[in-house]
Design a protein around this ligand. Structure first.
Ligand SMILES: [Zn+2]
Length: 274
């Protein structure tokens, strides 16, 4: 599933080419993805101009004029590409937005867990009410050791679960939670409330570092994720722990363990992450 670095990479690419584009036509080739696609075929969207594209958590906000916007989520395996209108439509490209200049945005979503819906922003440059419950951005100044320490008090939950909770901090999924915890030397199954202030400091730093490095590499391609130009994210070669069960820990050479919990795999070093 695309996490923050992958969505950031896609958003940056869209922000380079979509602003000032005028919507000429929106065509749905399926009745729905996660939500029905019919609201997108409202005539009021035709002729609208895109003024900005930005990310919040794993959501992409495509802002139009007068506080109108399209809210987009890639779901499990969605991808976007911007091509010329005459380019052949590929399998699973369920939604096509054609622009007045002859280009077209294609939303490919094989498993249909992704969505794109029209929303209203609370203010120009702001967010839609649909995103009001989201936690802080991990790369923002608000994500501090003190914030994480406060958020982990009286929480019986495991730290990895808490790190992946979008109400607390957005955009960190299974890959980057595993990587951040390894770099901070914290066991993924440790109770969040047992983290010391020092642990929180290390975890906040390692989360920011790993996300920044992944953004610089264009994200991580495990299976379906693709950048807007169709290329793969290169961070996979920099993963230290994720997907490396049975291999030697890069720090101490112990064998990396994989443990399933709640349908997700946690990878950790039994020696470095006691
Ligand atoms: Zn180790």
């Amino acid at each position: 599933m695309p996490e923050l670095p992958e969505v950031e990479t896609v958003t940056k690419a869209l922000a380079d080419c979509l602003p000032q584009q005028q919507i000429a036509r929106i065509t749905a080739f399926a009745p729905r993805m996660r939500y029905p696609l019919t609201p997108l075929q409202s005539p009021s969207l035709v002729g609208q101009t895109i003024v900005d594209v930005r990310r919040r958590g794993r959501y992409i906000i495509i802002e139009l004029r007068q506080q109108h916007a399209l809210l987009l989520h890639l779901g499990m395996s969605g991808s976007l590409r911007v091509v010329e209108q005459h380019a052949e439509r590929r399998l699973h490209e369920h939604l096509v937005i054609d622009f007045a200049d002859g280009m077209s945005l294609r939303f490919c979503c094989p498993r249909r867990f992704g969505f794109i819906i029209p929303v209203m922003l609370t203010a120009a440059g702001g967010e839609p009410p649909e995103l009001a419950a989201l936690g802080v951005e991990p790369l923002s100044p608000e994500f501090t050791p003190a914030y994480l320490y406060q958020a982990t008090r009286h929480r019986a939950r495991k730290i990895k679960e808490l790190l992946m909770d979008n109400h607390i901090v957005v955009g960190i999924g299974n890959i980057y939670a595993n990587e951040a915890l390894f770099r901070a030397k914290i066991n993924p199954f440790k109770a969040a409330s047992k983290l010391t202030r020092r642990d929180c400091g290390q975890l906040v730093n390692s989360a920011k570092t790993v996300l920044e490095q992944a953004i610089a590499a264009g994200g991580t391609t495990i299976a379906d994720y693709r950048r807007v130009d169709g290329s793969e994210g290169k961070f996979v070669s920099q993963l230290l722990i994720y997907g490396r069960a049975g291999q030697a820990c890069p720090q101490c050479a112990s064998v990396i363990i994989r443990k399933k919990s709640g349908g997700r795999s946690s990878y950790y070093c039994p020696l470095c992450q006691k």
